[in-house]
Design a protein around this ligand. Sequence first.
Ligand code: ADP
Ligand code: MG
Length: 256
Amino acid sequence: MGRVLAIANQKGGVGKTTTSVNLGAGLALAGHSTLMIDLDPQASATSGLGIHPQEVGASVYHALIGERSVDDIIRPTQVDNLWVMPASRDLIGAEIELVPLPRREYRLQQAIAALRHRFEFVIIDCPPSLGLLTVNALSAADAVLIPLQCEYYALEGLSALLDTIGFIRQGLNPSLGIEGLLLTMFDTRNSLAHQVLNEVRQHFPDQVFKAVIPRNVRLSECPSYGVPAMVYDASSRGAKAYAALTEELVQNAVRR
Ligand code: ADP
Ligand code: MG
């Protein structure tokens, strides 16, 4: 049975997509069959894996609406063992179109039910909001991985996200866990970043990944080549950090 992880934080620009793409690639390179679901209408994970969102016919939107079978939607990527359920522009309307549908919070869970047996890991790249798309991701997930940017306002908004996770546990998905908090865009030369790192570790002693993702230019330039940094330049600091995260996450899964 595959493990489904939602990469979520309603703040934009904290590293959700970069984490989804590189963790997905890391797991796949380590030999784990992995599916990445792009649940953000901006489709940056889709393009980061080399697929032009305009060329996407069937997308996660059609899975949510129930118009197409997931087999028509998922496709392999340039990375062995890594598959993607792409996003398309249609997804922009999904937050509204889902509202009148039956079991609107469970559409993704239902759509991927059969896929969970085919993949060891399913990674869901969430949009920067706590709307119905993210709720669908949290209802479908076993656990949430929360990227936090190492800056002054890192913890701002985290309580809203934790509240949402609490609500989801009370009703839609009682077994939803927190996979961990991931510190991203860490700048060693910035004393504030060190301060933020210490503060987050103090607040959440057992929930912060040991792996910390540095600010690294390779991670920001790779999306334009449509290849994960893990593949494009495995020796870069960013790729090495995501490799360490991958290993930590797999070890945690073994222990569980
Ligand atoms: P989100 O999905 O949360 O909006 P992204 O992963 O798209 O965040 O990251 C926001 C921007 O920062 C992107 O341009 C991305 O390339 C860049 N970025 C993300 N992580 C890093 C990093 N560790 N070092 C440098 N740039 C990064
Ligand atoms: Mg994103």
